[in-house]
Design a protein around this ligand. Sequence first.
Ligand SMILES: Nc1ncnc2c1ncn2[C@@H]1O[C@H](COP(=O)(O)OP(=O)(O)O)[C@@H](O)[C@H]1O
Ligand SMILES: [Mg+2]
Length: 379
Amino acid sequence: MSSNYLDFFNLKDDPFRLTPDIDYFYNSPEHSTALLSLEYCFKEKEGFCLLTGEPGTGKTTLIRLFVDKWKDRAEIALIMTPRLSPEEFFLAVLEDFKIPLISRSKNDQMKAFRDFLLKHAANNRRVAIIVDEAQQLPDTTLEELRLLSNLETEKEKLLQIILVGQPELRTMLGSRLLRQLNQRITVRVELLPLTQAETSDYISTRLTHGGNSTLPLNQQAKDLIFKLSGGKPRRINLLTTRTLMSAFLEGSREVTVSHVNKGAADVMACEIDEEEHSAEIARRRKRKSSYFGANPREKRSMFTATTVIIVMAILFAAAGYACYYFGIGFPTAPPQPVAAPIMPPPAPPPAAAAAGRISSAGQSIQSIRSSAKPPLNVK
Ligand SMILES: Nc1ncnc2c1ncn2[C@@H]1O[C@H](COP(=O)(O)OP(=O)(O)O)[C@@H](O)[C@H]1O
Ligand SMILES: [Mg+2]
């Protein structure tokens, strides 16, 4: 028996690797439309362009393909880790474009960048910044990007910017703070998951590319993979790998629905592990969370919350002091008469005691308090 599932299924390469490998690019109608929109944005020098999609729908794969297509006609800075401050971001862009850092002054750096843009515009070469996972960009860095996009001549934009990210990026851009940037986005593309028929075709295409166009993965199995993956290529890859593994472990060259179910159980078990792992990391972060450890957005909200609490405390204290000063207050209980020290009544003459007029010392104290009159001098 073969020692691994690739040999077992006569595959010369792992067809469902989780890498944005453009050799395996499947040109679905969604991917094709998205690619054409990016091309339009570039050709027409539209300035800002937005590509969004759920995780695993193929955004990174698509921009890798796009960069590959344009690499001889354009200068492209591809920023993959965008959790950067405006200064860090600008330096990363300069580094990607290989613009030498001749000075630490921002003005000089801006000038060098502008010269770079003008030089390439004169040669009719596009210059673009593509930011992947752009939903992680701090607002201040998005604003910096907007300022960079202002670099233009009277006739054309000198810089094209493509923001790529998850659907929450659209929500972020809809905020009041970023409305100026949002208004500049002229091309918006949403990458949708594959349909059932496309999923089936995607699996067959990848298997063929991997070296086996006749692998018996029946239609029901493919349909179940579609149902479980929602048509998202990353999940299709994950599920199909586990499905093939499960068939291989059983020594079955026929791949059926039962192998998909076993593969799905494996994937789910891994996801539960991952979820627990992420929850643990979140718990640790929470324990460690401090103002200095927070990112700029968190710092801003912590600062706002603290400011609100301090302002409210000051207002409250001022109101309290004003009430005290002007004598305004809550109704209080009526002042209680101060009970004079109570002297034990002198012992009644034997005759009175005998008549029962004063029965005990306790009874006489009670009567003094309730009448709120000067103490009786019981003689
Ligand atoms: N059009 C496609 N053709 C081939 N494989 C794709 C395609 N789209 C996505 N994939 C596969 O799915 C995986 C996840 O895609 P990726 O581009 O990383 O998604 P996203 O960036 O949207 O999270 C990639 O590793 C790639 O193998
Ligand atoms: Mg991605």
